[in-house]
Design a protein around this ligand. Structure first.
Ligand code: ZN
Length: 162
């Protein structure tokens, strides 16, 4: 069986940036699963997996603009400290993640800088501006259930709260 539309793919992977730093990974014992053809994963990676078989390995390098986008300076904004009145001080440190209410709903922002007047928040995805280098191994392939195809994602045992 090879990877085609509506197959559930289990894969192990290591994701590195261009400097070789590991950003994310899944091993063969606890592989990452997705429904092929349902845009569950980055399109470039999904396309590279098309037609592959169990045991195949592949290397896929994806420029930032095809992954989580370039880092946008417009999404980095100083916000007056008063807006964070309800947030414990220990959460207001550089690198911390906060949930922010925006016009497009709740999104996660990262604190980029802190001074006496302002907290500078960065609304970019944490992987924005980063070229992604995947080393992938296909661990298993199965047919998706009709329910999975209808939902557009994989169902794992015990996961049915939706
Ligand atoms: Zn579902």
């Amino acid at each position: 069986m090879s990877i085609t539309q509506n197959k559930v793919v289990s894969m192990s992977y290591v994701l590195k940036n261009n400097e070789g730093q590991v950003l994310d990974q899944a091993d063969e014992q606890q592989p990452f699963m997705y429904l092929h053809g349902s845009q569950n994963i980055i399109p470039t990676l999904e396309a590279a997996l098309s037609g592959k078989n169990v045991g195949d390995t592949l290397q896929v390098s994806i420029p930032a603009e095809q992954a989580y986008g370039e880092h946008s300076q417009e999404l980095v904004q100083p916000v007056p400290r008063a807006a964070f009145a309800g947030v414990p001080a220990e959460h207001l440190v550089v690198g911390a993640h906060l949930q922010a209410q925006t016009d497009e709903g709740v999104r996660v922002v990262t604190i980029a800088a802190v001074d006496d007047q302002n907290i500078t928040v960065d609304g970019n995805h944490p992987m924005a501006g980063i070229d992604l280098n995947f080393n992938v191994k296909v661990v298993a392939i199965r047919d998706a259930s009709p329910e999975e195809i209808a939902h557009g994602h994989v169902h794992t045992p015990g996961m049915h709260a939706h």
